[in-house]
Design a binder for this molecule. Structure first.
Ligand code: DOR
Length: 412
């Protein structure tokens, strides 16, 4: 749907959605959304909420508040917690902690116990407790044999495996992309081919195990984009996501030992960015996901090679995507909605929020033309590790409605 309409929401449900004005009672609150675009609630399928175990970086409460402040109504939290999300107990703990908030928080459970790569986690039990996908994120399932076993094991229920694609034997102690910056700065590099090798391996395995569902997390290389495009063209059931920093910033951002530009996978080259933009435009890349990775100051403000990997992303994702994809003509507004709302839920087989009468109100209100300055002191996340501090962006989340809760976004 792409139209101007009046929306009337009551008891968390859309009662009326039509170009005709709703006939409302005097007690109804009126929100003037004249210059706003209403999107189905945005969804981020890759965030680190850090709880349990790393509450000094983020909690389920602060992380979901940050999500709503950034315009999201749903997230998937990743399993590299302490303990890892590898048991029914941990999934249920997270669900309970998130149950009263404005954001639907789903779990990505681990593929292997404690994400150690040695033994499969109880995947079917995790499915029954509500996990929506499986990954050892933060690290890669190193053994092809283990990955094959996981593909075979989930076949009966057609579960989704997602991979942090990194051939660890090629990336030990890396700090930056392997190339110009690693040479100039004298730091150990992470070659793009270390990502491509795992993407290629897993695509081959997914095919070999009977065209299994497979999703590439935070891909960053031209090679990975090409491999996903080719696999899709062959009819494989694969999908992938990219984080805003990987379609905006190149490896030179780490100059001056900028620890807020250090992440895994690292920022790559202009050539990789061009390939990612092409993939976002032509459908080879399905989703934008932030890899929201909060870290405390004492974990970031240390010698570059020792600084923790990752940046926060929930409260800048929409602004960055609108600025660098929509306002540059790479993606239309409906493509942005696909990348940030429709496709993540489609990949995860979750119900789609529809903007129609009778449907639950799961909405994000956006001012697509509003210019604003990124000010991390206004963020709800506990951490400050962003390279986008001070950026002027065009496009601002204004409000979300979900589960009957209205959240006004406060980024300016
Ligand atoms: O930069 C990253 N940070 N990449 C990951 O894969 C993990 C994440 C984290 O958990 O901090």
């Amino acid at each position: 749907m792409d139209t101007r309409a009046d929306l009337w929401i009551e008891g968390g449900k859309i009662r009326h959605c039509s170009p005709q004005q709703a006939e409302i009672g005097r007690e109804t609150e009126v929100i003037n959304a004249d210059n706003l675009t209403v999107m189905p609630g945005l969804f981020d399928m890759h965030v680190h909420l850090r709880e349990p175990g790393h509450e000094h970086k983020e909690t389920i409460r602060t992380g979901t508040l940050a999500a709503a402040n950034g315009g999201f109504t749903g997230v998937v939290c990743m399993p590299n917690t302490e303990p890892a999300i590898d048991s029914r107990m941990t999934v249920e703990y997270i669900q309970r902690r998130a149950s009263n908030g404005a954001v639907d928080a789903h779990c990505c459970a681990a593929i292997t116990k404690a994400r150690a790569g040695k033994e499969l986690a109880p995947l079917l039990d995790l499915m029954e407790s509500g996990a929506v996908m499986y990954s050892d994120d933060g690290g890669c399932v190193e053994s092809a044999e283990m990955m094959r076993r996981a593909f075979d094991y989930v076949a009966e229920f057609d579960l989704l495996l997602t991979q942090h694609c990194e051939e660890h034997s090629l990336t030990r102690n890396f700090a930056v992309n392997e190339g110009e910056m690693s040479a100039k700065m004298g730091l150990k590099g992470y070659p793009a081919v270390a990502e491509d090798i795992i993407v290629a391996r897993d695509i081959l395995l997914a095919d070999y195990c009977g065209n299994r569902r497979y999703h590439g997390a935070h891909i960053s290389t031209a090679g990975a984009v090409r491999l996903f495009r080719e696999a899709k063209n062959r009819g494989q059931r694969v999908s992938c996501e990219v984080a805003p920093h990987h379609f905006i910033l190149d490896e030179s951002t780490v100059q001056g030992f900028n620890v807020n530009a250090k992440m895994n996978p690292p920022l790559r080259t202009r050539r990789d960015i061009e390939a990612i933009l092409q993939g976002l435009a032509d459908g080879s890349i399905d989703c934008i996901a932030t890899d929201h990775a909060p870290h405390a100051l004492h974990e970031k403000n240390v010698e570059f090679s020792l600084a923790a990997n990752g940046i926060i992303g929930l409260e800048t994702s929409l602004g960055l995507s609108l600025t660098y994809l929509y306002h540059t003509g790479v993606a239309s507004l409906s493509r942005i909605v696909e990348l940030m709302s429709v496709n993540p839920r489609r990949v995860l087989n979750l119900p789609q929020p529809l903007i129609a009468s009778g449907e639950p109100a799961n909405l994000t209100f956006v001012d697509v033309n509003k210019e604003w300055v990124v000010s991390p002191e206004l963020f709800c996340t506990k951490s400050l590790n962003t390279p986008f501090d001070g950026y002027i962006l065009k496009g601002l989340p204004v409000m979300t409605i979900n589960r009957g809760i209205v959240t006004e976004c406060k980024l300016t």
